[in-house]
Design a protein around this ligand. Structure first.
Ligand code: AKB
Length: 315
């Protein structure tokens, strides 16, 4: 049985991953950590500790206290926030990551941290982007993600650390909203569809990006962490995706449930530029071959589920 410490446990991925992993591995075995003092399910359903990821010794103390054998490091700023505060992003994203890697090395833990489609840039092939290809991002977030991938490779090669990662596409969920991402339109659009039957997209028509429904993302993390290490050739991060979509595609699916739904555009130049520097679609075949990556939700199935679950949530 694994004993896991999760950083950034109150974030978009963390809040659902902790709940899911507590079901799989037992509540006492999943130590949730975040910078905020809080209440609610994550704190009440298992161990919760306040940890600032820029404080390596605090991270080490908590990992040691619970004798964890796995670290899932999620605490990070997303692309649009990182672009607004690049130095802050460097300090949090890289400082936090190197601290988490060091704690994993000191305590000999298995290690996961997410990379992103943001690790690619304008010089990367845009369609069916290969696993191993040009990575010259033009955003601070992307610079952080490429550096993180290189660090994971380095810690694996130099210290034998069991590093694992995926390049997440935009993640869509009805539970915890994302904050400060470029792909967030694909979450907001469902809230606005139910509340106002209309949405103004800050991403332009025809801008394709990869996306994935959160249940598939959680399965991907758990399956990758359970995968036979001898099959893993890539220790930096695997391309994974469920769909390549643009805002109009989401609107078409939403109209199957809400026929009067209207989509308009008011493009945000900053987030649009970030989106245009990323691939249109990435190739997940290395993940499929090396650890059996697969998804259950396409756009149609996800949209039906999102609208049904959000309808209940919003009352
Ligand atoms: C973002 O938009 O910043 C994230 C990502 C694709 O990494 N959702």
């Amino acid at each position: 049985m694994k004993k896991v410490m999760v950083t950034g446990a109150l974030g978009q991925i963390g809040s659902e991953l902790v709940t899911r992993m507590r079901e799989v591995y037992g509540s006492a075995n999943i130590v949730a950590t975040d910078i905020r003092k809080t209440e609610g399910d994550i704190v009440e359903s298992g161990p919760y500790e306040i940890v600032d990821v820029t404080d390596a010794s605090a991270m080490h103390t908590v990992a040691k206290k619970y004798e964890v054998d796995t670290i899932i490091h999620l605490a990070a700023l997303l692309s649009a926030t990182a672009e607004a505060k690049p130095l802050f992003a460097w300090n949090i994203n890289m400082g936090g990551l190197v601290n988490a890697l060091e704690v994993a090395r000191e305590l000999d833990c298995q290690f996961f941290t997410p990379s992103s489609i943001g690790a690619f840039g304008p010089a990367t092939p845009k369609e069916n982007t290969p696993q191993d290809t040009i990575q010259r991002p033009t955003t601070m977030y992307g610079v952080n993600k490429v550096s993180g991938e290189l660090l994971c490779d380095y810690y694996h090669q130099k210290f034998g650390l069991d590093t694992r990662s995926v390049r997440f596409p935009g993640l869509i969920s009805y539970v915890t909203p994302p904050g400060g991402g470029t792909t967030d339109y694909a979450v907001d659009i469902y809230y606005q569809a139910l509340q106002k039957a209309k949405y103004t997209s800050y991403i332009a028509q025809g801008t394709y990006m990869d996306m994935m429904y959160m249940p598939d993302a959680l399965n991907a993390i758990i399956n990758l962490m359970e995968a036979d290490p001898s099959r893993l050739i890539h220790r930096n991060a695997f391309n994974i995706t469920a769909m390549s979509i643009e805002p109009g595609d989401v609107a078409v699916e939403i109209r199957k449930t809400i026929p009067e739904f209207e989509l308009t555009y008011d493009v945000d130049p900053v987030r649009q530029a970030i989106a245009e520097s990323w691939p249109n679609s990435i190739d997940p075949s290395a993940a499929e071959q090396e650890w059996g990556f697969k998804t259950e939700f396409d756009l149609a199935k996800m949209t039906k589920d999102m609208l049904a679950k959000l309808r209940v949530k919003l009352g």
